[in-house]
Design a protein around this ligand. Sequence first.
Ligand code: CAA
Ligand code: NAD
Length: 310
Amino acid sequence: MASFFTHQLCRSFSSTALRSVAIKHVVIIGGGQMGAGIAQVAAATGHQVTLVDTSDSILQKAVKGMESSLKRVVKKKFADKPEAGEEFIQKVLKNVSTSTDAAAAAQHTDLVLEAIVENLQIKQDLFGTLDKAAPEHTIFASNTSSLPITDIASTTTRLDRFGGLHFFNPVPMMKLVEVIGTSATSQETFDSLLNFGKALGKTTVSCKDTPGFIVNRLLVPYMLEAIRLHERGHGSKEDIDIAMKLGAGYPMGPFELLDYVGLDTCKFIMDGWSQMDPDNPLFAKSQLLNKLVAEGKFGKKTGEGFYKYK
Ligand code: CAA
Ligand code: NAD
C-alpha cells in the first residue's frame, strides 16, 4: 500500500508535453447505469458515441433508459417548447450507435471509456484486447470507482495514453468528473481528458491514482460506517437516512445512496480495499452487505437492496 501511494505521489508529467487531442468520437464499454449515463451526456454535447455491451437486449434497455432520462431533462429545458424538446431527444439519440463487438468498435475512435463491472481482471482482459485493435492515437480511460488505473492499464502498451475519468451517478445530474493521471500518463493525454470532461459540461478536478481518488475515498467509508452503525443496533436504516438528510443536508441518506450506487459495486470496492489494506478499520467488511449481495439484492437496479423498489 505504502509503495503504491509513494509511486503515485512521485508522478510527473512528461516535460515534452504535446498538444491535447480533441475527442470527437467515443466508444463507451458497458451500458449499465454509468455507461448509459455517460453515453447520453456525451451525445447531448455533440459527440459521436458507440455504446458497447455484451448483448443487444442490454443495449436496447440502455437506449430506452437514455430516452426516459432525456425526457426528464427536456421537460425542464424545453418547458415552453415540447416539440423542440422532442427534436432535441431525437438529435441526441442519432449520435448514439450500439455494438456487441468491442474490438471492432475500438478501431475508429478517439477515446475508449470503460464502465463495466468493478473487477480488475475483467477490466485488464478487456483493455489488453482493445489495445491490439485501437489506432495509435486512441486514448483509453476507465470509470473505475476504486481500482488503481495503473493496474488496469498494465495489460496495454499505451501507458502514456491511459487515464481515469470518474463520473458520478446519475451522470446527467451530477456536475463533477474526476480526471486521473498515473505516473505514466502524458500531459497531452491528461489535458485531452480534462478537456473532454469540460466539453461534456462537467466541472473537473485533477486526481492522483490513489484508492477512491477524492470523492469515493471519503464517501465509501462513510456509507460503510452507516451500515456498521446499523449492524451495531445504534439506529434503524430509516432513521439514519432521515438523520443525514435533515441533519447534514445530504440529498440522499447513506442507505438510499448505497442502493442507488449498487450494493454489488459497493462490495467490490470494499473487498478490493480491504485486500489491499486489511488492517484499516475504514475498509472492514460488512456481513449485512455481503448477505444482501449473496441474495442478489443489489439495490435499485435489481428492485431490492436495503429497501424495496417498484
Ligand atoms: N436523468 C435525468 N434527470 C434526472 C435524473 C436522471 N437519471 N435523476 C433525477 N433527475 C432530475 C429530474 O429533473 C427530476 O425531476 P423529475 O422527477 O420531474 O423528472 C429531478 O432531478 C429531481 O429528481 P427526484 O425527484 O427523483 O429526486 P431528487 O430531487 O432527490 O434528485 C438526485 C435526485 C439528483 C439523484 C439527488 O437525490 C442526488 O443528488 N442524490 C445523491 C447522488 C449522489 O451522491 N451520487 C454520487 C454517488 S457516488 C458515485 O457515483 C461514485 C461511485 O464511484 C460509486
Ligand atoms: P452496472 O452493473 O450498472 O453496468 C455494468 C455493465 O457492464 C453491464 O451492463 C454489463 O453487462 C456490462 N459488462 C460487463 N462486462 C462487460 C464486458 N466485458 N464487455 C462489455 N460490457 C460488459 O454497473 P455501473 O454501476 O454502471 O458501474 C460500471 C463501472 O462504473 C464500475 O467500474 C463502477 O465501479 C463504476 N462506477 C459506478 C458508479 C455507480 O454509482 N454505480 C459511479 C461511478 C463509477
